[in-house]
Design a protein around this ligand. Structure first.
Ligand code: ADE
Length: 298
């Protein structure tokens, strides 16, 4: 029998030195961890088995693993799953470590992004969304907290636990498919169709894309309220306003994405990729085949 390669060798918790907590979800904690053999840093998501079973979240955990497996290392805009392992009480997902934290923290630190930065990261996000949708997967929880920066300040989309796999075979033929589900996602970024009839589709991610672009440009979420209920009411009535000075091209793009009817959102009718979004004036002059190096955040 041939010995396992370093790549395929089964890992255990003793292969890592666990450090600070990077993030906490409702049923997982992400730690910074160092590989004791190589010194390489990873983000390890640790899930308590008993908690997952008690909360009936097994399906979400399996889904996240499956989606990360499908994505592999073929798209630079997603965190990568390197290994999984378990011990008696916990599951461990060894993920790429995004050294520069999340976009939300960066937006909050600076209040807003410059329009140049917003355009660059909206373009990286669009490439990530295109890749995901091409594989027949809807993210369903896109929001600034789930957009991380790697050590070179490129975007890494994370948290695929709410994702829906519509088809791994013929995504093009499945483009218009929707699924009925219970509420997933985050109140401020959830699309109206998820609220009215629990349907999510690829266009639900385009809605979230519009919300994220809004927030990058002006620092605020478009739909805000004192409670989830009030936020939902605003989403359903498309009740939001652009603050003074909001870039006109960005405004036009946001308006074409934040459309109640999913099929009327910009990109919904595109055959391949989101060519109509790529061609929007906001992205004019941007070469999506080579976005160039990230701008300095400011
Ligand atoms: N927080 C949650 N996941 C993370 C990751 N992969 N890298 C850095 N911080 C994180």
């Amino acid at each position: 029998m041939t010995p396992p390669t370093e790549e395929s060798r089964k890992r255990t918790p003793t292969d890592y030195i666990f450090g600070k907590v990077l993030g906490e979800g409702s049923f997982s904690t992400v730690y910074l961890a160092k590989d004791v053999h190589t010194g390489k840093e990873f983000a390890i998501k640790v899930l308590e088995k008993s908690h997952i079973i008690r909360e009936k979240k097994t399906e979400y955990v399996m889904r996240e693993k499956e989606v990360l497996r499908i994505l592999g290392n073929s798209c630079p805009y997603f965190v990568r799953l390197f290994w999984t392992f378990q011990d008696r009480d916990r599951l461990y997902f060894v993920l790429s470590y995004a050294k520069n934290g999340d976009i939300l923290t960066q937006i909050d630190n600076r209040k807003t992004f410059t329009i140049h930065c917003a355009r660059y990261y909206a373009a990286e996000l669009l490439l990530g969304i295109e890749f995901l949708h091409d594989k027949g997967i809807i993210h369903r929880d896109l929001k600034p907290e789930n957009l991380l920066f790697d050590e070179n300040w490129h975007l890494l989309i994370t948290d695929l636990g709410s994702a829906k796999i519509l088809s791994s075979e013929k995504p093009e033929a499945d483009k218009s498919k929707t699924r009925r589900n219970s509420f997933v996602g985050t109140a401020q970024f959830v699309s109206p169709e998820m609220l009215t009839d629990s349907q999510s589709s690829f266009e639900s991610d385009l809605w979230a894309f519009g919300c994220i672009l809004f927030q990058m440009v002006c620092g605020e979420m478009p739909f805000r309220g004192g409670s989830e209920y009030l936020v939902f009411q605003k989403i359903l009535k498309l009740e939001y306003a652009f603050p003074e000075g909001f870039d006109e091209c960005a405004k036009d793009l946001v308006e074409s994405l934040l459309v109640i009817e999913p099929g009327k959102r910009l990109g919904a009718a595109d055959e391949r990729r989101y060519s109509s979004i790529r061609q929007h004036e906001f992205f004019s002059g941007r070469n999506f085949d080579d976005l160039g190096p990230p701008p300095k955040l400011g």
